[in-house]
Design a protein. Sequence first.
Length: 228
Amino acid sequence: MKSRKKLILSVIIIMIFNAMLISAMQGTRAATVYKSGSRGEVVRQIQQKLKDWGYYKGSVDGIYGEQTTAAVKSFQSKNGLKSDGVVGEQTLKALGINANQPGGGGGGDASKTNDLYLLSRIISAEGRGEPYNGQIAIGAVIMNRIRHPSFPNTLAGVIYQPGAFSAIDDGQFDQPIAEVSRKAAQEVLNGVNPVGDAIYYYNPKTATNKWIRSRPIIKVIGKHVFCT
């Protein structure tokens, strides 16, 4: 009887130790940062994203060198992040990369969470003061761009495309996310689209670009004109 109790106790101790070890390993992995000298698939993903958006001109070779560091600093500075050239959790999130998923590109629930976060931020920044349906419309335009051959084919790529959204440049993107914008983003991700195939929108009172004013109009919601 005593030997059986000792065996059970030993098994319990081993299980507790294994659980603690797994937890520690997960915590270490979540805290991984990428910086000069790092190598691997996630570095390759970082380089490719930055190259697609015009920040990086070097080879996508998975080696984190001086050019990658400079590109990361530029991206961080442009998007209100600490410009230290080190890719940690916040910079990975801004890039739309989930390094804890196989392939480093995100997937499943984690990918959906990242999409909701990014879409909520841009809707909140671009749609501040707009009616709820107008905020949904902004999100729909962004999702339409992902499917359009003239734009990047990822949510992060569309949002961070240089010059695409004034909110990225003027600091609005870094402001707290309005709860109504989060709800609008969730509706958009669920398939709600009040503007059809629109891939552009503008405020006719402030827009100075003659080309955008020449685009076929689909709908006017709030202060924005939505067009193709």
